[in-house]
Write a protein of this length. Sequence first.
Length: 144
Amino acid sequence: MKSSKTHRIATVLAAMVALAAVTSVAEAATSKPAGMSKAEYRALMLRSEALNQKYDLGTSKSVTQGMTPAEHRALMIRSEALNKHYGLGKWSKSATARATTSTSGFSWGAFGIGAVAMLGLVLVGIGVVAGNRQRHNAPRIRTS
């Protein structure tokens, strides 16, 4: 009876640890970086998509629909020139200053990942202790 109960507890603990690990990895992969505003994150996503298009990565096409490659290249050159003229993108003074400063806020994402990892370790430790107790309480048979 105790053996099946211990086995059931170990199975539930293992399932909880696996669920916590998968959830924390998914959260880390889909969350935006700490200290980044919504506009900055959107700009990063747009830039990433533009680079994917430029280098033919992913499922996107390298040229916008309805444009020839020459028109698309002219549009990109014009866009870069306007960014430089108005101090946007990589020519922005605030973007370079912001990249070198550290954030003073608390990183809740890192805290959550650490808390889930510690919970997993505690659950594994409880499983090990329960397994050792079951093994030590087993009746011993004398052979001689």
